[in-house]
Design a protein around this ligand. Structure first.
Ligand code: SF4
Length: 508
């Protein structure tokens, strides 16, 4: 009797646990492009195209390897429209005895699979470094779940950048060296670009037809869509950009969208690249003297630290995490998140880049759009759905803790010990956006004052009760308290004007 083996669009890894449990001779792999998954949020067309193209190529690779793959394209007239619908249909066709699945990365799908009237063998996703149990054990009894402590355990576990039981060069974290403002001249020309082949072109046509009205530009499409291409892109980046990556990883430039970033989160999260192998390659570049420690450590921390920690939080906190709203923010997401029609240059540039590339780097996401949404008191669930939709690397397990937790503080401080808020000064320091902006970053009040400057204080005052005793925020409140009364009044009343305009649906 055959069993079905489910492979989802973000499980495109030859070493997937479900494949390891399956029998090539008798079991049937089920892969399906389904409307439910393609539309639970209005995904960026590039994101959908990337996943479908990578799925089709992965299915071909499995077939070449001797597997039987039942693949359903989105426009197949028999397509049941959902993952569980497709499994039921295939089970009936093959009289299958049950389903083997690697645990999906979102509660929604886990629950749907569990409710299905088929025998289900769900196994852990072993592509991650920490299992759920390991993360739970680490979290157990801790007052604060700080990433840094977890990260050190992952360094010890993997042996990456370790010298026996000590970190190489005597320090765990070189983040202090990684906050340089952008250089005038970036000597890296961005990620390797790939001309769409026949498979990709077919998918692009389909996506254009079905999702052409979603936010986001589909063409030109140049993403790597299989492991071979993704590996070439990684090697190219290590060779030409990794050495500078650390120094400038928080910097932003008006006319350069990628700086020294690798743009491989899409591929790691979809399964085309193995996170540990990527880290080992980066470590090797450090050992060879090609990349400095702050670059290698900064990158590896993103993968075995932040990425694993976020997944741990998502599964530890449970399915209600995405509806948390600790600060009770309820303002609607402004329309300029969808059309980039705002005078705030940093926001306009970040949204336009997001529309064109389905990508923005972590500081653009955290300190421009995320910071603005938090300062303006936007409903965190709307913010969450926006991020989930617009970025090609966004899956709920990684996106929700980043947005609900780190960016919007809607989990009340599980991920972050303080909210990530800043006035325009931070953006000005880390970018040249302000030089091209109609607002004046140096103006603290008045019609030309940078909205970040106004909303920053309004946010702090609105939430004074919650944050004034936070030791990391005391300085901010002391600065406010030292301001003279007329200045304070002017700031708050100008902030109210900005918020009022948002409430009226006007652009700012
Ligand atoms: Fe952004 Fe303010 Fe700078 Fe304009 S002045 S780019 S709104 S931070």
């Amino acid at each position: 009797v055959s069993r079905l083996v489910l492979v989802l669009g973000d499980q495109l890894s030859p070493n997937l646990s479900a494949l390891q449990k399956a029998e090539k001779d008798t079991d049937i792999i089920v892969m399906a492009e389904v409307a439910d998954e393609a539309s639970y949020v209005p995904h960026h067309p590039k994101k959908i195209a990337f996943i479908f193209a990578a799925m089709r190529k992965f299915a071909d690779a499995l077939r070449n390897n001797g597997w039987q793959v039942d693949y359903t394209k989105l426009d197949d007239p028999d397509n049941a429209g959902s993952i569980t619908g497709e499994l039921l249909r295939r089970a009936e066709q093959h009289d299958a005895s049950g389903v083997i699945a690697t645990e999906p990365g979102e509660w929604r799908l886990i629950e749907a699979l569990q409710e299905m009237p088929l025998k289900l063998h769900m196994i852990s996703d072993t592509r991650f470094i920490a299992s759920h149990k390991e993360f739970e054990d680490w979290a157990e009894g801790r007052k604060e779940l700080r990433m840094e402590w977890f990260y050190r355990d992952m360094r010890r576990k993997t042996g990456l950048l370790m010298d026996g039981d000590k970190p190489v060069e005597g320090k765990w974290n070189f983040d202090h060296d990684n906050r340089k403002p952008a250089p005038d001249d970036v000597d890296f020309h961005g990620p390797m670009q790939f001309t769409p082949d026949e498979t990709v072109e077919e998918v692009l046509d389909l996506v254009e037809q079905r999702f052409g009205d979603n936010f986001g530009t589909l063409r030109p499409f140049w993403f790597a869509t299989d492991t071979g291409q993704a590996r070439r892109q990684l090697t190219h980046w290590i060779k030409h950009a990794l050495p500078q990556f650390g120094d400038f990883q928080d910097a932003m430039l008006n006319d350069n969208r990628f700086l020294y970033h690798s743009i491989i989160s899409f591929h790691i999260n979809a399964g085309l690249l193995d996170p540990l192998e990527v880290c080992e390659q980066v470590e090797q570049a450090y050992k060879d003297g090609h990349a400095p420690i702050n670059a290698a450590e900064g990158f590896i921390r993103q993968i075995i630290g932040w990425r694993e920690y976020m997944r741990g939080i998502y599964f530890l906190e449970g399915p209600d995490y995405t509806s948390r709203n600790a600060l009770k923010h309820s303002r609607t997401l402004p329309s300029f998140f969808w059309d980039a029609d705002t005078k705030m240059n940093c926001v306009a540039k970040t949204v336009a880049q997001t529309r064109d590339e389905a990508y923005a780097h972590h500081i653009q996401r955290l300190m421009v759009t995320g910071n603005f949404a938090l300062l303006a008191g936007i409903d965190p669930h709307e913010v969450h759905e926006w991020y989930l939709a617009v970025y090609a690397d966004a899956y709920e397990w990684v996106e929700a803790p980043n947005v609900i937790g780190m960016s919007q503080f809607a989990d009340g401080g599980i991920v972050g010990s303080k909210p990530y808020v800043s006035s325009g000064a931070y953006i000005d320091r880390m970018s040249d956006y302000c030089k091209h902006c109609e607002y004046k970053v140096k103006d603290k009040t008045g019609p030309e004052a940078c909205p970040f400057n106004l909303l920053y204080w309004d946010f702090l005052i609105r939430h004074r009760e919650r944050f004034s005793n936070n030791p990391r925020m005391g300085n901010m409140y002391r600065t406010w308290d030292r301001m003279d009364e007329s200045r304070k009044e002017a700031v708050l009343s100008d902030a109210r004007v900005v918020l009022k305009r948002l409430d009226l649906g006007e652009s700012i």
